[in-house]
Write a protein that binds this ligand. Sequence first.
Ligand SMILES: [Zn+2]
Length: 299
Amino acid sequence: MKSQIIKIIFVLLMVMFSSVQATINVFACEPEWAALAEELGGDSLTIYSATTSMQDPHHIQARPSLIAKARRADLLICSGAELETGWLPLLLRKAGNANIQPGQPGNFEAADYVEKQGVPKNLDRSLGDVHAEGNPHIHTNPENTLLVADALRQRLSEIDVDNAKHYLSRYADFEKRWTQLMLEWKKQTNILQGENIVTHHNYWTYLNRWVGLIVLATLEPVPGVSPSSSHLAKIKKQLSQQKIKMILHVSYVNERPTQWLSEQTGIAVITLPATVDYQGGETLSQWFNIVIQQLVSVQ
Ligand SMILES: [Zn+2]
């Protein structure tokens, strides 16, 4: 009798466990990768984004709550190309999670799957260049998003073999929707092709090339370093004979230098949201649609 009860309890437990779907814990360094993971995984992933669209992803604190999340992660998704070099190595060390260390399947760097722009020919780190491996803000070109989506779909299938079909079908659906949207965005931005612009940080490098915008000046003398007033005055002089469509600004950066140049020259400022407001429930396509509508709103 006793052994029969034990048997029944055992069978019940087995049924319970098999009906509970284990989810994969994803730790995304930036919201765009959290949003992309959600497109590809849906309910089979539990996703956490370490940063918001209003934070500078080059500089964040490896605070205890982040370390705790990284400790439980099955998959880490970051931009790579040294974007997170100021905080991620410390975070990984403190998290002590072998699965997400560099070189492991649980460590995914998006920049590995696209062609990088802005790789410096002569690297002088004393200048404070934080884009030593090329520009890391790869998510600003929608074609890159598709390349990363395909690679991420494969990585998810590797980590979570049982759900490979699920990831493949969600990727196929995303690919179809995104490709259609890209055609529309491209059509909308046709009017901007060949226009001159100025940027603060070279955050929109990939977007600029995709749209066909020409960057005549970057306000930061080197990435991450705020321009001095003499540097700004030099740029103002340099631009005086040029026709400039807009100054492109990114949401998380101090607006003062951009505003100054705009006041001095009358050139319009367009502040684009750096990335998806993932925590606010925004999707990748909603964010990129806002970026495009803001861009084409300049008269
Ligand atoms: Zn940057």
